[in-house]
Design a protein around this ligand. Structure first.
Ligand code: DON
Length: 305
């Protein structure tokens, strides 16, 4: 007998099919992808996984890496040291805005680019030196439960056009938010963003947060419970940038989007959701992905409030 879950997910994919939105033009490699790719994966906190659509096609993780690298920074350096360098307040602004605290230059939160650059610099500056990206790749691989790699072509494409992130990194450096070389921080950060994943991988990564930091298939405790709570809280309030309030009121679960078209959502204790469709709304979030999440939230009553 066929399972009703894939049938339902296929129906969701078929009915959420708007062709509105634009590809991410500011990273030329992302503007060259097939805009019609579409995939959806659900993974329960126990590790039962369901995927439909182009779920074996890889794409770059982009900003969905941010909450996980934030978790790594918290685990490695402790809450106090991380909060000294990056705050937890929603910016209400677009992801690439200069959303810094006046006087200190501390980025408002780790989900916007300024905060993610600061978080990346923190992780990269902890010994052993020069292995920051490798440690991040190892973390993301252990969350996915398989060895991931970096799409160097996408990383290069972003770096060659990364004037905005270079400007942000230089600004952070001028405030001593980090002390290394701003260009090296941006180089590491764009490689972090270029880690290749599928929705099946992202579903597993989201399910690890849903299950209190334990990877459901390997049983590895990757994040402690306090770190998971911090990461999910920041995702709920800041993960969708200037659409965070709209997302939380309508869909009602902690989430993070990426400019290649991925979105993850986490229902604590229950479920990780991952969707992929490259056309973006004006917030830099997958237009179809938002529609899918709205539909899942409504159908399955996922809103946490
Ligand atoms: O730094 C950037 O601009 C990209 N590497 C990531 C931005 C991103 O994914 C925004 N999220 N929707």
């Amino acid at each position: 007998m066929r399972s009703p879950i894939p049938d339902y997910l296929t129906q969701v994919l078929d009915t959420c099919a708007p062709d509105s939105g634009e590809l991410a033009e500011y990273i030329p490699e992302l503007a060259a992808v097939d805009p019609d790719r579409f995939a959806l994966s659900l993974v329960t906190a126990e590790g039962d996984a369901y995927s439909v659509g182009d779920h074996q096609d890889a794409f770059t993780i982009q900003s969905i890496s941010k909450p996980f690298v934030y978790g790594l920074a918290l685990e490695t350096l402790g809450f106090e040291a991380v909060l000294d360098h990056v705050g937890v307040e929603p910016s209400g602004e677009a992801f690439s805005e200069i959303s810094l605290e006046r006087n200190t230059g501390r980025p408002l939160n780790p989900m916007i680019n300024a905060g993610a650059l600061a978080t990346h610099a923190l992780v990269a500056s902890t010994p052993p030196a020069d292995s920051g990206v490798e440690r991040i790749l190892k973390l993301l691989s252990s969350l996915a439960g398989r060895e991931l790699d970096i799409d160097e072509k996408v990383a290069r494409s972003e770096l060659d056009n990364g004037y905005r992130n270079l400007a942000l990194a230089n600004l952070l450096r001028s405030y001593d938010v980090f002390t290394g070389d701003p260009r090296a921080v941006v180089e590491g950060y764009v490689r972090q963003c270029a880690v290749r994943v599928t929705t099946a991988d992202l579903g597993m990564m989201a399910a690890t947060l849903a299950s209190g930091g334990v990877q459901p298939h390997t049983g590895e405790q990757i994040f402690s419970r306090p770190v998971v709570r911090q990461v999910l809280s920041v995702m709920a309030t800041c993960g969708m940038y200037d659409a965070a309030g709209d997302w939380l009121t309508t869909i009602g679960i902690p989430a993070k989007s990426g400019v290649s078209g991925g979105i993850i959502g986490i229902l604590p204790g229950q479920l990780g959701i991952a969707v992929f469709s490259p056309r973006l709304d004006p917030h830099g979030t997958s237009a179809r992905g938002v529609e899918v999440c709205e539909r899942l939230s409504r159908d399955m009553n996922l809103h946490l409030m």
